[in-house]
Design a protein around this ligand. Structure first.
Ligand code: NDP
Ligand code: OXD
Length: 320
């Protein structure tokens, strides 16, 4: 029986599981885009053998392994580290990461917000406002300021281009060699210190892998020009947080705009909460909005039902 005939024989079934995403928004949106598919919401699995697809964020350990006929795992996230964290995950199944133009655009907005906050002296002007001080600061000259973007994938390439369009000099860094118009591209670990050496602003939009964990450590901060600003929107574990704090204390790093943390939420005693040069947000740089993302998932499910290759399957050997 070919895949299309199979779909006619049995109504396909998708399981939704997320502790953080609104099921009352997600499931109706998925249903609207995939009326031919039945939806279930964990932990109410019904007959587990019915379930063909799972769409998940931080699935509980063992959930995916309990679905004997699962065919594809969809991530409610561009990153898939939240799925790999489950040691019982069925290792042979394809994992599809979220590649969504709306998510990408939100990430660009956030990266611009983070850099511009410091570029336009907002911390200083906020302090002045508190002190009722009227004081102009001489502006940075944007064409002489360099933004570095770590990760030049679906999101990073667009982030880099957004800064280029604003008139910044832009450097980018990726694993393999890349050519992007108007962006000075670097690749590979050996090139990282050279790349960092000119970056007044550094935006990290890498996936979390064995190679990228802990990448932003004391050595990386030391390689930046003094007073550089760090915008961290990939994953918290890219940053060695005690090293960032030391670099902020010494002034080597002039400010940090952070969306992701080694542990989320950070402990109440974490020094980031009260640091005057740190802006924190709760992992919201790019949201997965069902109005847009359900369409992306639906297109991929239809490809699978038609026996066509699904898009954005993670290369598990590479880790992203
Ligand atoms: P992609 O897989 O499209 O791109 C990843 C990029 O990182 C590629 O350019 C890749 O290089 C590069 N890269 C991977 N490993 C290395 C390495 N060892 N050295 C140098 N470069 C490396 O991912 P996306 O752009 O879609 O997403 C990136 C990440 O952003 C996600 O994994 C997620 O963690 C995070 N994210 C965070 C959100 C938030 O709200 N804070 C929201 C959305 C995403 P190459 O091009 O050579 O393959
Ligand atoms: C993602 C995220 O990976 O939300 O998309 O962090």
């Amino acid at each position: 029986m070919i895949a299309g005939e199979q779909a006619l024989a049995k109504r396909s079934c998708m399981l939704f599981s997320s502790p953080d995403d609104p099921v009352d928004v997600w499931v109706p949106e998925l249903q609207r885009n995939l009326p031919e598919v039945e939806f279930r919401v964990a932990p109410e699995l019904g007959a587990a053998a019915d379930i063909d697809y799972a769409i998940v964020w931080k699935p509980p350990a063992g959930l995916l392994a309990s679905l004997p006929n699962l065919k594809v795992i969809f991530s409610i996230g561009a990153g898939i580290d939240h799925i790999l964290a489950d040691p019982e995950r069925p290792k042979a199944l394809p994992i599809v990461r979220m590649v969504d133009p709306y998510l990408r655009d939100m990430m660009c907005e956030y990266a611009l917000l983070g850099v511009l906050h410091f570029h336009r002296f907002m911390p200083e002007y906020q302090a002045d406002q508190q002190a009722r001080v009227w004081q102009r600061r001489w502006p940075h000259y944007t064409p002489e300021m360099t933004v570095g973007v770590l990760g030049l994938g679906e999101i990073g390439a667009k982030v880099a281009e957004s800064f280029r369009q604003l008139g910044f000099r832009v450097r980018g860094w990726s694993r393999g060699e890349k050519r992007l118009p108007g962006i000075e591209c670097f690749h590979g670990r050996a090139a990282l210190p050279v790349m960092l050496s000119a970056c007044h602003y550094l935006v990290c939009v890498l996936p979390l892998t064995g190679e990228t964990a802990g990448l932003l450590d004391a050595a990386a901060f030391a390689a930046l020009p003094r007073g550089a600003v760090v915008v961290s929107i990939g994953r918290g574990k890219h940053v060695v947080e005690p090293d960032l704090l030391s670099a902020l204390e010494s002034g080597q790093v002039g400010g940090a705009f952070l969306d992701v943390y080694a542990s989320e939420p950070p402990q109440p005693a974490h020094p980031f909460w009260r640091h005057p040069r740190v802006i924190m947000t709760p992992h919201i740089a790019g949201e997965i909005v069902p109005k847009s993302s359900a369409k992306v998932v639906a297109a991929n499910v239809r490809r699978h039902l038609a026996g066509e290759p699904i898009a954005h399957v993670v290369d598990l050997a590479r880790g992203y």
